[in-house]
Design a protein around this ligand. Structure first.
Ligand SMILES: *[C@@H]1O[C@H](CO)[C@@H](O)[C@H](O)[C@H]1NC(C)=O
Ligand SMILES: *[C@@H]1O[C@H](CO)[C@@H](O)[C@H](O)[C@H]1NC(C)=O
Length: 215
């Protein structure tokens, strides 16, 4: 179960070591493979700067909860489609070198809790894990997105990070103390603070919107 949603397959180049040769690979749209289009979608949704600083996309990341429910840089999915952890797929979008045994850190975060206008609990950590070779660690287990009634659309952001110094040594990651604010201080604190404290840099992101049926 845990291994299932960490299945990262890579097109073209073996940037991740955990390649499943016969795994069907999700085709992402051309926009999702264009670093400038990725950044522009994240800025348009104000994920940059609310959640992330500007970064250089090295991978496109796609999370899919079923064959039809997947991240497409800002599509809207019903919470009922998000009740179990997604599978994750990555394609290389830039020609940077990533050692095959580097640690990938993957996160799902909600900057809009309880609402985008009133993010007093934000960010909420919905899931956090790491992948090194075929070794998988779950740091915070998957909490299905469940935006409360009447709180509008929440942004759910998938983020991939690697050690900023490129080390392939084991990381001793600091596990967030709680989901709200990821245990840090201040509105919308979360994955950015976690990245800084753990010496990580962002290399990929994707997102969906989801809202409660009752608005
Ligand atoms: C994600 O999509 C792939 C390819 O269509 C499919 O095999 C897989 O079952 C999907 N993942 C989930 C969690 O449904
Ligand atoms: C690289 O970064 C990691 C994670 O922050 C740290 O544990 C390690 O000591 C650093 N290594 C070097 C050589 O700077």
């Amino acid at each position: 179960m845990l291994a299932r949603y960490f299945m990262l397959s890579v097109l073209a180049e073996r940037v991740l070591s955990f390649v499943l040769p016969h795994q069907e690979i999700l085709t992402s749209s051309s926009a999702e493979k264009d670093p400038n289009a990725i950044l522009s979608a994240l800025r348009h949704a104000q994920i940059i700067p609310d959640v992330l600083n500007t970064f250089s996309p090295l991978l496109s990341i796609t999370a899919n909860w079923s064959s039809t429910a997947k991240t497409q840089l800002g599509n809207t999915l019903p919470p009922s489609a998000l009740t179990h952890p997604p599978d994750l797929y990555a394609d290389k979008v830039a020609s940077a070198y990533l050692p095959s045994d580097i640690t990938f850190v993957l996160a799902l975060t909600d900057p809009d809790a309880p609402s985008r206008d009133n993010p007093k609990w934000s960010q909420v950590c919905h899931w956090l894990g790491s992948l090194k070779g075929d070794s998988i660690k779950e740091l915070v287990d998957y909490k299905p997105p469940a935006p409360p009634e009447g709180t509008g659309k929440h942004r759910y952001v998938i983020v991939v990070m690697v050690p900023a110094n490129g080390t392939t040594e084991e990381l001793d990651l600091e596990v967030p103390g709680e989901r709200r604010h990821w245990g840090y201080q201040g509105e919308r604190s979360g994955v950015r603070e976690f990245g800084v404290r753990n010496g990580l840099k962002v290399i990929a992101a994707n997102f969906i919107y989801a809202q409660n049926d009752k608005q």
